[in-house]
Design a binder for this molecule. Structure first.
Ligand code: GLY
Length: 360
């Protein structure tokens, strides 16, 4: 186990996020002392580390540890899969003092959080994200949920965890593509909050995405710190939390157009460049700051262009986006790097012009 960094999330139910390498042992310390049963929700690809986690939890206290293997990615965020978890809990007499552990990527931690939020009107939750996206975004901030046939995340609850444990050693086996896609959310944190992330990527893009490098760890810590501050102030997205949607309005529309076969980060990359161009064309962001977006995304090998002919379909999807207030489109734009703000109801010609900058 290496030295750990602890970042606290404020709010009605404060909690800590612990970051380090080879720190799965910390999960046991994060469980509620009264918990006698632990449900570890994990995908099939993590059955070996989940079994290792189970052994650690059994060795450190008198408790029963149940493993619920669930389909990975969006296939796991279905009501049938939540029902399977509820069944495991029901058959084990899982009580109000017991605890759910989400062990996987963002989809698994969203599902585990939803199961914890709904069982007996809510039991304790510990999140152990195993992807970059899970660590810097999904597992922090208490958003939990599942999808329905009508759309993503339509059913869910705000249910903050009692702890988040980010073991960076779990990222060593991910492919570079997987790490880089997750890194799009880290880049977002750089543009909206901590420009130090951008400096680190520009200084050495390969080190920035290498889970064993100090630069990578620093980027992850800064991105988590940003998310912790934002959700600590605004859990329910009444205001500040909306800045996290930088790049997401167009990004979600691209994910929808691609029937969710694209990685989230790839769509968000194009969405961020679009948001930067929109900021520039709206007279808010300098040419250099917009160009820096393209430079950094290209350094990492993230996509920066999408089908030119898709604009009408993307616009229609954005107009249906659940974050649209009333019938007005809202975009997070930048007045400068690290100065996010809302652009409400921009002219369609401005949106089209910004899209031309990312159109293939
Ligand atoms: N992923 C955006 C949020 O947590 O609000």
């Amino acid at each position: 186990m290496t030295e750990t960094t602890v970042i606290s999330v404020a709010g009605d139910q404060p909690y800590d996020i612990t970051i380090g390498r080879d720190i799965l042992g910390v999960v046991a310390d994060a469980l509620p002392p009264a918990a006698r049963k632990v449900l570890v929700v994990h995908p099939p690809t993590l059955s070996a580390p989940a079994a290792q986690l189970r052994e650690l939890l059994l060795a450190s206290g008198e408790r029963q540890v149940l493993l619920a293997e669930v389909p990975d990615a969006e296939q796991g965020k279905r009501v049938e899969v939540a029902a399977f978890c509820w069944q495991v809990m029901g058959q084990a007499d899982f009580t109000r003092t017991d605890v759910v552990v989400g062990f996987g990527g963002g989809a698994v931690t969203d599902l585990a959080g939803f199961v914890a939020a709904t069982w007996l009107r809510g039991v304790a939750l510990v999140q152990v994200p195993t992807t970059v996206l899970g660590m810097v975004d999904a597992a922090v901030g208490g958003k939990t949920g599942i999808n329905t046939a009508e759309g993503k995340n339509l059913v869910g609850a705000f249910w903050p965890p009692r702890a988040v444990i980010c073991d960076l050693a779990l990222l060593d086996t991910l492919s570079r593509n997987e790490r880089v896609a997750g890194f799009a959310e880290v880049v977002k944190a750089g543009f909206i909050w901590y420009p130090e992330i951008l400096d680190l990527i520009e200084a050495d893009p390969e080190a920035a995405v290498d889970p064993q490098s100090p630069a990578f760890r620093r980027c992850i810590e800064l991105a988590i710190e940003m998310k912790a501050r934002v959700v600590g102030e605004d859990l329910r997205e009444a205001g500040l939390r909306e800045v996290l949607n930088y790049g997401h309005t167009l990004g979600h529309a691209i994910e929808h157009a691609e029937r969710y076969q694209w990685r989230h980060g790839a769509a968000i990359s194009i969405g961020m460049l679009f948001a930067a161009e929109l900021s520039r064309l709206a007279g808010r962001l300098s040419d250099d700051a917009a160009a820096r977006h393209r430079h950094i995304l290209e350094l990492l090998g993230l996509p920066t262009a999408y089908r030119g002919g898709a604009w009408k379909q993307l616009l229609a999807t954005m107009q249906r986006d659940k974050k649209t207030r009333g019938s007005m489109l809202r975009f997070i734009v930048l007045d400068d790097i690290a100065k996010p703000t809302v652009l409400q109801a921009p002219d369609e010609s401005l949106l089209f012009a910004a899209y031309q900058e990312v159109a293939e």
